[in-house]
Design a protein around this ligand. Sequence first.
Ligand SMILES: *[C@@H]1O[C@H](CO)[C@@H](O)[C@H](O)[C@H]1NC(C)=O
Ligand SMILES: *[C@@H]1O[C@H](CO)[C@@H](O)[C@H](O)[C@H]1NC(C)=O
Ligand SMILES: *[C@@H]1O[C@H](CO)[C@@H](O)[C@H](O)[C@H]1NC(C)=O
Ligand SMILES: *[C@@H]1O[C@H](CO)[C@@H](O)[C@H](O)[C@H]1NC(C)=O
Ligand SMILES: *[C@@H]1O[C@H](CO)[C@@H](O)[C@H](O)[C@H]1NC(C)=O
Ligand SMILES: *[C@@H]1O[C@H](CO)[C@@H](O)[C@H](O)[C@H]1NC(C)=O
Ligand SMILES: *[C@@H]1O[C@H](CO)[C@@H](O)[C@H](O)[C@H]1NC(C)=O
Ligand SMILES: *[C@@H]1O[C@H](CO)[C@@H](O)[C@H](O)[C@H]1NC(C)=O
Length: 531
Amino acid sequence: MLDHQDLEAEVHPLKNEERKSQENLGNPSKNEDKLKSTPPQSRLSRCRTVAFFLSLFLCLFVVFVVSFVIPCPDRPASQRMWRIDYNAAVIYDFLAVDDINGDRIQDVLFLYKNTNSSNNFNRSCVDEGFSSPCAFAAAVSGANGSTLWERPVAQDVALVECAVPQPRGSEAPSACILVGRPGSFIAVDSFTGETLWNHSSSFSRNASILSPLLQVPDVDSDGAPDLLVFTQEQEEVSGHLYSGSTGHQIGLRGGLGVDGESGFLLHVTRTGAHYILFPCASSLCGCSVKGLYEKVTGRDGPFKNDPHWESMLNATTRRMLSHSSGAVRYLMHVPGNTGADVLLVGSEGFVLLDGQELTPRWTPKAAHVLRKPIFGHYKPDTLAVVVENGTGTNRQILFLDLGTGAVLCSLALPSLPGGPLSASLPTADHRSAFFFWGLHELGSTSETETGEARHSLYMFHPTLPRVLLELANVSTHIVAFDGSHWATAERLLDGAELAPRPACPHLVTGVWEATHLCILLPGIRWLIYWF
Ligand SMILES: *[C@@H]1O[C@H](CO)[C@@H](O)[C@H](O)[C@H]1NC(C)=O
Ligand SMILES: *[C@@H]1O[C@H](CO)[C@@H](O)[C@H](O)[C@H]1NC(C)=O
Ligand SMILES: *[C@@H]1O[C@H](CO)[C@@H](O)[C@H](O)[C@H]1NC(C)=O
Ligand SMILES: *[C@@H]1O[C@H](CO)[C@@H](O)[C@H](O)[C@H]1NC(C)=O
Ligand SMILES: *[C@@H]1O[C@H](CO)[C@@H](O)[C@H](O)[C@H]1NC(C)=O
Ligand SMILES: *[C@@H]1O[C@H](CO)[C@@H](O)[C@H](O)[C@H]1NC(C)=O
Ligand SMILES: *[C@@H]1O[C@H](CO)[C@@H](O)[C@H](O)[C@H]1NC(C)=O
Ligand SMILES: *[C@@H]1O[C@H](CO)[C@@H](O)[C@H](O)[C@H]1NC(C)=O
């Protein structure tokens, strides 16, 4: 979009002016009569002020024009923003987006807990065999917030995973799978809300359910990925395998013999072996899917082991050398040239591990990371990781090149406790726009004299690394926040390639006010489209 010089000029608008002014000053005879009436110093400073504001104005104008005015190509008609109120509801930290009604605008799926459904749809908790209040799943139109379907799904929801593919020829192309508390397991068609299957789960009452729900390659040959749920009971993690198309349990519970925490990652090594990685008692643990499958079913499955990984994995403690300092907090996949690498985020730092050797790709970075990092493109087509170093007033946002581990940019952006995670959306220049929630009125140092802290949503684009655009501000507790782009829906529905037209980004926010009110803002108002 901008070449380096232009960028330089935008970032340091005064530089060129200064140079010009100095040239002029060095040649006074030329300007003598012009400068006669005003003292040179004040005239110069006025010039600089004018130049500064002119370039600032131009800069913001470009951002506004490019971000807000130029619309996405053939965008279907939709309201710019809408809200729905749910009185006395508890909202779960979950949002999924998909084009449910086929209008090419992403619709929003979410969960809430209530006594009655919001629209008085005639299905109540009791009709579905739950006591009131129970958890409802709802799908609302992204265009105007009208309810597409709404139904009770569980007494309480422990795990949810949407867009789980279903076998060819089944009623629905994809399902939302919900693991409920206590003991329910249900798949609903995300397009209609109808039940695809429903069972009571085999977990014992005392078991805590660990996240996330993993999808493993099809083991029961029904054409759909199968599901792996981990639970923890009496300091032992167990795996439970279920058919993805019927929900029937495959085999029995398979105990791993170790303590563990949520944050499971299914990793495929470069040799094609499947391993589960998870944080356990402050270190990194792993187990082979082959071993687990054999333990659960008592027979040989379609999986294999990797000899190198077997040698790295202690058979009794299941520990692996993690190269991290402190407890393991998050494990995330990073696409590499020859397979996925693993980003390991610990309590005292983070490091990228090679997906086969598990050796660090760059020297571990010391940082205090409390929240899950996000990925995006800071430079065109080059993936970067965005981590939050510190919290509250000390929060610093770091952009790191995943190839080298170099810090590309760092932003000091104070946050309020309980702010939602950041998001990134691809833009047409092969970079990403980044969205951060932070303290409202960054400039003012005085802290909330009114007693009411406000969260603001800021947008950052690497083309203008000095500009942070405030998009919205709310005084409430935000439960969930996500971004998506509506072109992906076409791929999901038709199985066809993405349309050549650039994707239109879309932001969704679930806001939970103190009065238990939920507002959803699909960010049509904030469509960003870069050339
Ligand atoms: C729930 O709906 C039923 C029937 O529509 C109504 O009688 C009842 O008062 C409602 N309960 C609440 C708490 O709104
Ligand atoms: C809901 O209402 C529809 C028609 O209004 C009816 O066909 C259906 O049986 C009702 N369902 C329940 C659970 O009452
Ligand atoms: C689950 O299935 C049972 C009968 O098989 C049915 O009574 C119950 O309403 C179903 N629950 C849900 C949430 O669909
Ligand atoms: C909301 O938008 C959908 C299309 O996405 C349309 O079918 C429906 O009639 C609209 N509802 C209202 C209340 O405007
Ligand atoms: C569940 O936990 C309670 C108290 O911790 C214990 O008394 C009970 O035996 C446990 N039940 C099972 C099935 O382990
Ligand atoms: C596994 O770890 C335990 C405890 O740290 C240790 O005693 C044992 O020798 C290890 N086994 C192997 C094969 O390294
Ligand atoms: C994170 O912040 C700490 C202290 O604020 C600092 O020492 C450390 O260098 C930062 N990490 C990175 C990678 O910049
Ligand atoms: C922030 O909130 C105030 C008060 O609601 C509003 O006047 C202002 O326009 C908001 N700013 C933005 C950028 O939305």
